[in-house]
Design a protein around this ligand. Structure first.
Ligand SMILES: *[C@@H]1O[C@H](CO)[C@@H](O)[C@H](O)[C@H]1NC(C)=O
Ligand SMILES: *[C@@H]1O[C@H](CO)[C@@H](O)[C@H](O)[C@H]1NC(C)=O
Ligand SMILES: *[C@@H]1O[C@H](CO)[C@@H](O)[C@H](O)[C@H]1NC(C)=O
Ligand SMILES: *[C@@H]1O[C@H](CO)[C@@H](O)[C@H](O)[C@H]1NC(C)=O
Ligand SMILES: *[C@@H]1O[C@H](CO)[C@@H](O)[C@H](O)[C@H]1NC(C)=O
Ligand SMILES: *[C@@H]1O[C@H](CO)[C@@H](O)[C@H](O)[C@H]1NC(C)=O
Ligand SMILES: *[C@@H]1O[C@H](CO)[C@@H](O)[C@H](O)[C@H]1NC(C)=O
Ligand SMILES: *[C@@H]1O[C@H](CO)[C@@H](O)[C@H](O)[C@H]1NC(C)=O
Ligand SMILES: *[C@@H]1O[C@H](CO)[C@@H](O)[C@H](O)[C@H]1NC(C)=O
Length: 318
């Protein structure tokens, strides 16, 4: 019947993500996020099994988009490596003979978000990777970079601080800048899922001055007609031994016997210090009080100092 022929033609064209399942297997990240106006590199390899694939014949790589139902709403061909169809100016940079279907979307737009199927045509071998669709989502705002600092920072430690940003297109990566040195080591890494990350890193030797220090990192993604920037900030929390430990006396100056004096100790430390007061006498040095403030009734002249202590060390006052 006419209907039968019509269905047959539809099936042959849309190849079956309906019922004919030829075994074409592709490896892509499965789900990819892109930035509107930027580019996207799809890492892709394919594998052909069982059928009459002949690498001496021309191999055409085809991308198809969308499609819900192969009869009434089949996926449409948007790219054919023969050059006959290229709706989105894609560039297949992978070598199809090496089963590499890596493809570049030079200018991806919000309207391109969809599911995509890869197809190979090679002589009589026609196969679509129906079971391995690639889902592409397109966002309008860039990804915030992530700053990585080890936990539990202590002074004198040497640590590696990194800032990394998701990189949809390794040959057009975001520009990373941060409040640490600009000549930091820069590298692009390939993630196990086939996406890329660009990273800058720097080693810093920590001191108490780094406590409360803000590191901000920004990722500027090139897009058509400008850049899109996202920023991340982290505040360092660094533990350090007591610093600037000093003692004060109140009232100051000459004190009469029988009156009260108050000795007070101050210090900068993280975590906050404990204080101990010592008295130096001709019989030795004695621990006379614990606590920041030491009040007592004066009977004779004396020499005192305080000591501030935390887990990282101690320091005495004059
Ligand atoms: C791929 O891996 C990177 C880094 O591990 C991760 O940030 C990204 O979300 C992953 N993407 C997908 C689609 O799983
Ligand atoms: C995507 O970018 C284009 C310009 O490159 C712009 O016209 C369009 O409005 C953007 N889409 C969204 C959803 O912002
Ligand atoms: C792809 O292009 C080749 C060569 O022009 C052609 O034989 C083939 O039918 C095309 N396939 C699709 C699905 O457009
Ligand atoms: C496709 O990409 C290759 C490698 O990046 C480049 O040399 C070539 O000019 C690109 N072709 C087009 C049509 O953009
Ligand atoms: C596929 O080709 C791309 C270049 O377009 C290359 O970067 C990638 O390493 C190749 N993948 C494999 C598995 O050879
Ligand atoms: C930073 O420290 C790491 C690990 O301690 C080391 O492998 C790396 O070579 C150092 N980098 C620089 C630039 O000193
Ligand atoms: C670091 O950032 C926080 C919050 O944005 C701010 O309150 C603080 O003053 C900043 N510290 C420095 C040293 O700039
Ligand atoms: C985009 O950022 C680059 C540096 O990453 C800069 O050279 C260029 O001027 C910026 N373009 C616009 C339009 O802001
Ligand atoms: C000082 O004496 C108190 C109470 O006897 C004791 O708990 C503390 O450990 C002593 N501190 C030092 C530094 O000797």
């Amino acid at each position: 019947s006419t209907v039968g022929i019509f269905l047959f033609i539809k099936c042959a064209f849309a190849d079956n993500c309906g019922f004919i399942r030829l075994p074409l297997v592709i490896t892509t990240p499965h789900n990819m996020e892109a930035l509107n106006g930027s580019c996207l590199q799809i890492q892709c390899t394919y594998d052909t099994k069982y059928f009459g694939y002949d690498s001496s014949k021309t191999i055409y790589g085809i991308w198809m988009k969308g499609g819900v139902n192969f009869v009434s709403n089949p996926s449409i061909v948007i790219f054919n490596s023969s050059g006959s169809i290229n709706k989105y100016s894609l560039n297949m940079t992978g070598n199809l003979k090496e089963k590499n279907c890596t493809t570049l979307f030079p200018d991806i737009q919000t309207s391109h978000a969809d599911k995509y199927y890869f197809r190979v045509e090679n002589g009589g071998y026609l196969a679509t990777a129906c079971a391995d669709p690639l889902y592409i989502t397109v966002k309008d705002s860039p990804w915030s970079p992530s700053i990585n600092v080890p936990s539990d920072l202590k002074e004198h430690q040497s640590v590696t601080v990194t800032c990394s940003a998701f990189t949809p297109c390794p040959h057009s990566p975001p520009e990373l800048t941060w409040t640490l040195q600009q000549d930091s080591l820069r590298q692009t890494e390939k993630n196990t899922n086939g996406t890329f990350t660009i990273k800058i890193q720097e080693n810093i030797t920590l001191s108490d001055t780094h406590d409360g220090y803000n590191i901000s990192c920004s990722a500027r993604y090139p897009v058509i007609g400008g850049n899109k920037t996202a920023e991340t900030e982290v505040t360092l929390s660094v533990s350090y031994a007591p610093k600037d430990t000093s003692a004060s006396i109140s009232p100051s100056g000459l004190v009469s016997a029988g009156s009260w004096v108050e000795l007070s100790c101050s210090s900068r430390a993280k975590p906050p210090p404990r204080f101990t007061w010592f008295r130096i006498s001709k019989y030795g040095t004695f621990n006379v009080s614990v606590g920041q403030v030491f009040s007592f009734c004066v009977t004779e002249r004396g020499e005192f100092y305080c000591m501030a202590t935390n887990d990282l060390g101690n320091q005495r006052s004059s």
